[in-house]
Design a protein around this ligand. Structure first.
Ligand SMILES: [Mg+2]
Length: 199
């Protein structure tokens, strides 16, 4: 299958680093669980500076850690014959840092499979793994929500047609299930395909 994988807070731990930065700089009590929406500066009216200044620290996108399990699972998915694409919404100033980070930690994903776009739904992929619900709403393939505090309230249009992965082993399990369902559907004569792999 063609599998699209988001980068921030899916392949990397951007949110962990961002949380630590906010705690250190502005609010000692801040924790990741308080990110119940994807934070904008408006969520911090008590703070005179911008929490999104974090993204303008030179080279910041090269400093994050890979998500636990992400390297091993993406290697296995590649070995299983899937084609992996990194699909990231990124300002053009971040592209180089993001690309170098991917080459360092995920050399098994070809660099010509890096895609940067804010309109992921336009891509003709079989699966999209993303923590951003807005990226999944209009996507037409299999939608996997990578669990995070800011995506627990699922809008009606995503209910019933998404699967939630709590971690990378869950991503692996869900993709194995989708693959098995597709193989079953292909083995059965016409008319049945598409009924096996609903969420
Ligand atoms: Mg993300």
């Amino acid at each position: 299958m063609l599998i699209g994988i988001d980068m921030d807070s899916v392949l990397n731990d951007l949110d962990v680093a961002w949380t630590a930065w906010i705690r250190e700089k502005y609010d000692l009590t801040f924790t990741r669980d308080k990110m119940t929406t994807w934070i904008t500066d408006d969520d911090f009216p008590q703070i005179p500076c911008k929490v999104t200044d974090f993204f303008h620290i030179p080279g910041i996108f090269g400093t994050f850690n890979p998500q636990p399990g992400s390297i091993a699972v993406t290697k296995q998915l590649t070995q299983d014959g899937h084609q992996l694409f990194v699909v990231t919404s990124a300002h053009y100033l971040w592209w180089a840092d993001k690309g170098l980070w991917l080459r360092k930690h995920f050399p098994h994903i070809p660099s010509h499979n890096y895609i940067t776009t804010y309109q992921k739904h336009l891509l003709n992929l079989d699966v999209l793994v993303d923590d951003g619900l807005h990226n999944l709403v209009a996507f037409r393939g299999h939608k996997i929500i990578f669990d995070a505090p800011w995506n627990r309230r699922v809008p009606d249009e995503l209910k019933g047609n998404t699967r939630r992965a709590l971690d990378w082993s869950d991503v692996q399990r869900i993709i194995a299930h989708i693959t098995a369902c597709q193989q079953m559907a292909e083995a059965i004569p016409s008319g049945s395909s598409g009924t096996f792999c609903k969420a």
